[in-house]
Design a protein around this ligand. Structure first.
Ligand SMILES: Cc1cc2nc3c(=O)[nH]c(=O)nc-3n(C[C@H](O)[C@H](O)[C@H](O)COP(=O)(O)O)c2cc1C
Length: 336
């Protein structure tokens, strides 16, 4: 049976272009984040507490918001009120940037999927750091762990990627309970090359040196399109550098399941990504002791269970939320 969101809210949102629907939703959640009565209404949807401790952090439940939905960190109190066990904002880049030309998000309802080629549209590390500082001062900072996902600015050449990440890292680390290095978006040319052992090693050791006395857990978000040998090398580099966790996975460039008439350039997410990302979670859990946060095609309690059984410690939702609404969170947490 369809839930309230699927019956009433989704048809309204899906009558709009995907990016417009996203803006409308984010504006509403941003406003709700500053208005206590609205937060109280959102709290009525909250799932029960299913606490979990990882990276020395306490999560009220293991289901988080994936990066990309709240790129600019405008609705943290609303996500927490809805009951997310943790919130990952970003991807934030050192320089503000508009992203790729529109249209750049496409719904594929039959496939329960999205294709996006946004290209890290965001307000940049300075503006976002100021926004987070203001939220802190307002006393509305959420009580759940907040991760900040950082990536490379498009205008920065790949050879200078480390400095670009360092810039955002320095500005944002104090606000974050963990930092995610995004080296796997398919929509910034060359970014995925940072998963290669030598480049990744340079990036991780530079950030590691910078980390200072108050060390924040450092996490790398990886692509589902890595070959077995590439994954093996990547895991070795992550272990050598004492990485805290791995997010598996970002969107895929494998569009084999998409009929050519519906296909678009960009990263594919949602149901068609489910098996691929579960396979990667299983391989990492088998080969390494680094904790895995699973992301990719989680649409219901069953697909969530599959990720935990594959070895994931925490999960993150994106496309499932677009299709199933906040009730999905409750459905999954209730089933744990
Ligand atoms: C429209 C859209 C924008 C995204 N933007 C980002 C991003 O900025 N940074 C990032 O690390 N992942 C981003 N992602 C990837 C998601 O965080 C998630 O890892 C991926 O979509 C797989 O999960 P899903 O199948 O539940 O959507 C984006 C995904 C979508 C659909």
């Amino acid at each position: 049976m369809k839930n309230f969101y699927e019956r009433l809210v989704r048809p309204l949102l899906f009558s709009l272009d995907a990016e417009t629907a996203h803006h409308v939703t984010m504006r509403l959640l941003g406003r709700a984040s500053r208005f206590d009565p609205a937060l109280r209404v959102l709290r009525s949807l909250q799932p029960p507490s299913k606490p979990k401790t990882l990276f020395g952090l306490n999560f009220p439940n293991p289901i988080g918001l994936a990066a990309g939905l709240d790129k600019n960190g405008i609705a943290l109190p609303a996500w927490a009120a809805l009951g997310f066990g943790f919130i990952e904002i970003g991807t934030v880049t050192a320089k503000a940037q508009p992203g790729n030309p529109k249209r750049r998000i496409f719904r594929l309802p039959e496939q329960q999927a999205l294709i996006n080629r946004l290209g890290f549209n965001n307000e940049g590390a300075d503006v976002i750091a100021n926004r987070l500082a203001a939220l802190h001062e307002s006393g509305r900072w959420p009580a759940v762990p907040v991760g900040i996902n950082i990536g490379k600015s498009k205008a920065t050449p790949l050879e200078q990627a480390t400095d670009d990440y360092l810039y955002s890292f320095r500005l944002l680390r104090d606000f974050a309970n963990y930092i995610t290095l995004n080296v796997s978006s398919p929509n910034t040319p060359g970014l995925r090359e940072l998963q290669e052992p030598e480049k990744l090693s340079d990036l991780l050791s530079a950030i590691g040196k910078e980390a200072g006395t108050v060390r924040k857990p450092l996490i790398v978000k990886i692509s589902p399109d890595l070959a077995a040998a590439e994954l093996k090398d990547l895991l070795a580099v992550c272990e050598e550098n004492g990485l805290s966790g791995i997010i598996a996975t970002n969107t895929t460039l494998d569009h084999a399941s998409i009929p050519p008439r519906l296909d678009q350039a960009g990263g594919l997410s949602g149901a068609p990504l489910r098996n691929k990302s579960t396979t990667l979670v299983r391989e990492i859990a088998a080969r390494s002791t680094i904790p895995v946060i699973a992301s990719g095609g989680i649409f219901d309690a069953e697909s969530a269970r599959e990720k935990f059984q594959a070895g994931a410690q925490l999960l993150q939702l994106y496309t499932g939320l677009i299709y199933r609404g906040p009730q999905l969170l409750r459905e999954i947490v209730d089933s744990l």
